[in-house]
Design a protein around this ligand. Structure first.
Ligand code: ADP
Ligand code: 5GP
Length: 187
C-alpha cells in the first residue's frame, strides 16, 4: 500500500494550478485521473486530465463497484476515482496526487487515514475566488453560478483537513506546497 496526497478546495481556489506545479517538481508523484461525465474543457485531453465517459458507463461502473469514491458534484455531472487508477499508480511505485472536491477529499482521508495527507487550498476570500473562477473563462454563466453557490459552503470545510494551504500569492503557495510534499514523501 502506497501514499496519497489529497488537494481539495472549492472550484477556482487554485488546486489544479498547484497540483500541476508539484508534478513538475516531484517525479515520485503521479496524478490520479478521475472519471467524469462532463465535457472536456479548453485543451483538456482524454486519459490525461480526465477519463471522459458517458453517464451510462459511469452508472455501469458504479454498479460494478469500481469507484473508491464518486459524487454528483454538480447536478447531473458525476466525478469519481477508480480503484484501478490508484492501484495502477501504486504499482508504478509512485505516490498518488489528487485534485478533488472537498467531500471526495474527506472521503479518501477517512478511508486511507495515515497513508494520506489531506490539504485544503484556501483562497483569500469568496470574492477573490469568484474573480478567479470568472477570469479562468472556462464556464458558462449558469455553470459559474452553480460553482459559486457550492464554493460558499465548501469554504467552511477547511478545519476538517490535515493542513490549510493559503493560496494568496501563487509563488508563495507553490513554495509552501513543495515543503509540505517534501516532508510527507520523506516520512
Ligand atoms: P481549481 O483547480 O481549484 O478550480 P485553478 O487552478 O483552475 O482552480 O485556478 C483558477 C484560476 O485562478 C486559474 O485561472 C488560475 O490561473 C488562477 N489562479 C490560481 N492561483 C492564483 C493566485 N494565487 N493568484 C491569482 N490567480 C490564481
Ligand atoms: P472541474 O469540472 O472544475 O474539473 O471539477 C469540478 C470539481 O470536481 C472540482 O472540485 C474537482 O476537484 C472535483 N473532482 C474532480 N475529480 C473528482 C473525483 O474523482 N471525485 C470527486 N469527488 N470530485 C472530483
Amino acid at each position: 500500500m502506497g501514499k496519497l496526497l489529497i488537494f481539495s478546495a472549492p472550484s477556482g481556489a487554485g488546486k489544479t494550478t498547484i497540483v500541476h506545479h508539484l508534478l513538475t517538481k516531484f517525479p515520485e508523484l503521479e496524478f490520479s485521473i478521475s472519471a467524469t461525465t462532463r465535457e472536456a474543457r479548453g485543451d483538456e485531453q482524454q486519459g490525461k486530465d480526465y477519463y471522459f465517459i458517458s453517464k451510462e458507463e459511469f452508472l455501469h461502473r458504479i454498479a460494478k463497484k469500481q469507484f473508491v469514491e464518486f459524487e454528483e458534484v454538480y447536478t447531473g455531472t458525476f466525478y469519481g476515482t477508480l480503484r484501478e487508477e490508484i492501484e495502477r499508480i501504486w504499482n508504478n511505485g509512485k505516490t498518488v496526487i489528487f485534485d478533488i472536491d472537498v467531500e471526495g477529499g474527506l472521503h479518501l482521508k477517512r478511508k486511507y487515514q495515515e497513508q494520506a495527507l489531506a490539504i485544503f487550498v484556501q483562497p483569500p476570500s469568496l470574492e477573490v475566488l469568484i474573480e478567479r473562477l470568472t477570469g479562468r473563462g472556462t464556464d458558462s454563466e449558469e455553470k459559474l453560478k452553480e460553482r459559486f453557490a457550492k464554493a460558499e459552503k465548501e469554504l467552511n470545510y477547511a478545519p476538517k483537513f490535515d493542513v490549510i494551504l493559503k493560496n494568496y500569492d501563487l509563488a508563495t503557495a507553490c513554495q509552501e506546497a513543495e515543503q509540505l510534499v517534501g516532508d510527507f514523501l520523506s516520512k
